[in-house]
Design a protein around this ligand. Sequence first.
Ligand SMILES: [Zn+2]
Length: 283
Amino acid sequence: MKRFLATFLLLVAPALAQADPPPAGELFGAMSLPAPGAPQVFGSYAKGCLAGAVTLPADGDGYQAMRLSRNRTWGHPDLVAFIERLAQEGRADGWPGLLVGDMAQPRGGPMRSGHASHQLGLDVDLWLTPMPGQQLSPDDREELSAVSMLKPGTRELDPARFGMRQLAIIRRAALQPEVERIFVHPAIKGAMCEMAGTDRGWLRKVRPWFGHDAHFHVRLRCPAGQPDCRPQEPPPEGDGCGADLAWWFSEEPWQAPAVPEPPPKPLVLSDLPTQCTAVLSAP
Ligand SMILES: [Zn+2]
């Protein structure tokens, strides 16, 4: 018995103590309701959480929310207000309505799948497919696909899909003072650089990134009165149509690394601000 105990203490106990903590995405992904209280944002866009989130109703004036089964239509009240306003005001640009993709989980945080960011309730994916005239059924909202704006199998924009209407709704979003950045596929940024004419100030916020060929991703800045929200560096000066964008049209960004990189380790609770532990365990 003594020997068994010694073996246990030597071998098994340390292994138990070092057992990997569960991925934070599993913990936050299991939450179906927000943490109560006033809206509070903790951390940064790709490492954080929020309390007091509100939900975007599935239907509203000028928008319909998609993929309702994911339960990712939560956010800071500023995000919900932004989407509702953009949906209504976008009609002035001839945009028939927004199809709203992922926002955040009820308590924000990392997700089981899909995004590195969207953790603070300040990010939203908006489809580049115009909203159809009819109300979509719950099944439609699961099954309809967001249409890529690229020519199939290329990194080139399809001008038959991406036109002035898409430009106008992205421009309108970029002009909102609470918007910090918008991510689009480099081919979309390139087209907008050409289409924008002399009105270019808003292009600064529109940043090229991988993916984002079927939707644009709007990120709001840290709302006022949120001292625990970690802001991002502002985008570089200028319209972003020069050398940085040209790099995206070289082969370099698209090449697989010579030595394959190991997949990133999933975030665990201790990677997030300490307040996120309380957000997660709130009733
Ligand atoms: Zn996104």
